[in-house]
Design a protein around this ligand. Structure first.
Ligand code: G3I
Length: 345
């Protein structure tokens, strides 16, 4: 009953959208896509994707038409790209880059230095600082060089801070000290001087200890002339934890440091079951975050962490939660999708 009602609302909204788009704005006779709408503001609108999903044709059709930016969800991570020390495998990333190029989409590279999804050969032994420095430099430079000229922006270091703003005690921090971040940025810049280099994290959308730590670090790195160009706010939100009302102010302070910002892994999860109220609140949040990004000139784009609930990471990581993305599991647009369109119009 509820599902039927939601479907009806979705269908009605689709008709309304089609009816309100002037013919002159249509793209190949179709209503403009999220990417078309974002482009009018000088922004991109992207989605993450993952290699196993690429055999799903209805899925790839929408991925190729609605978005102008793609992020590989797993394919460029260390465990995938250097499964044995010094042995590189770029097949997964290459597949996604090739698809993106065919669809004229930018690619955000994700991610070079992260404590998670590391290969066993790296986590399974102790390293001296000299050894790990060499391993890190080789990994970064081999991967960035491989994709040179084909990656718009790299998440060079991912999730470097704890919630209280102290450094996360990763193997890199513990072995090399905080300077590993500046080194990673410099090495990546040498390997592809045109790529935009980002630090990226979750729970940094509002001002607070964690985003303050990034602000202080970014300021210091910029003052030292380290090649840092952007700050990525993952934006994995959850209805039960409240909306980060200081998002716009936060984006603005990073812009004042001369940095781009981007919402890099957006989703808005909820406790199941789905209700119309929760979907409406979720839609408001998608609208509000899009408006916040549009209000700050250097917020360059928005990426959803895949676009359909069919391929969301949420149910596997947060049992009892889900429905986080703008399209449902049957690839039908949800209220959040129409809210995104409204915000971008
Ligand atoms: O590849 C194996 C496969 O061989 C095995 O059969 C299967 C069984 O569990 O697991 C597969 O690995 C999974 C991998 O994704 C590839 O699908 C892992 O279990 C699973 O844990 C892993 O999850 C990824 C997660 O990062 C790991 O932390 C998600 O897909 C990916 O979307 C997610 O992305 C992260 C960003 O990189 C950083 N920010 C947070 C975000 C969400 O966690």
């Amino acid at each position: 009953m509820r599902t039927t009602r939601l479907r009806l609302i979705g269908a009605l909204a689709a008709v309304l959208v089609a009816a309100t788009v002037p013919a002159a704005q249509a793209h190949d006779g179709r209503p403009p896509t999220l990417a078309d709408l974002a482009e009018r503001h000088g922004r991109y609108f992207g989605s993450a994707t993952d290699n196993p999903e690429l055999v799903d044709e209805p899925y790839t059709a929408l991925l190729g038409s609605e978005f102008d930016q793609i992020t590989p969800g797993n394919g460029m991570k260390w465990y995938a790209t250097e499964p044995q020390q010094g042995v590189f495998d770029f097949t997964k990333g290459d597949e996604i880059v090739a698809l993106a190029r065919a669809d004229h989409q930018k690619v955000r590279g994700h991610t070079l230095v992260w404590h998670s999804q590391l290969p066993g050969w790296l986590t399974g032994r102790e390293w001296t600082a000299t050894e790990l420095r060499a391993v890190l430099k080789k990994h970064i430079q081999t991967e960035v060089r491989h994709y040179r000229g084909r990656i718009y922006a790299w998440d060079v270091v991912n999730e470097a801070f704890n919630e209280d703003g102290t450094y996360r005690e990763t193997v890199f921090y513990k072995t090399l000290g905080p300077g590993y971040i500046a080194d990673a940025l410099r090495w990546a810049h040498q390997a592809d001087p045109k790529a935009r280099l980002y630090l990226n994290d979750y729970n940094v959308e509002a001002t607070g200890p964690k985003s303050d730590a990034y602000y202080a670090l970014a300021k210091e790195l910029r003052a030292q002339g380290v090649p840092l160009h952007g700050f990525g706010l993952q934006t994995h939100l959850a209805l039960q934890y409240g909306y980060p009302a200081t998002l716009e102010d936060n984006l603005r302070r990073f812009a004042r440091l001369g940095l781009d910002t981007a919402l890099t892994e957006v989703d808005v999860r909820m406790q199941l079951p789905v209700t119309e109220e929760k979907l409406a609140q979720q839609a408001d949040w998608y609208r509000d975050m899009t408006e916040a990004c549009l209000a700050v000139r250097r917020c360059v784009g928005i990426t959803v962490w895949d676009y359909t609930d069919k391929y969301s990471w949420i149910p596997a990581f947060f049992p009892g939660e889900g429905a986080a993305l703008p399209w449902d599991e049957e690839l039908r647009p949800k209220p959040a999708y129409f809210a995104l369109r409204e915000a971008l119009r």
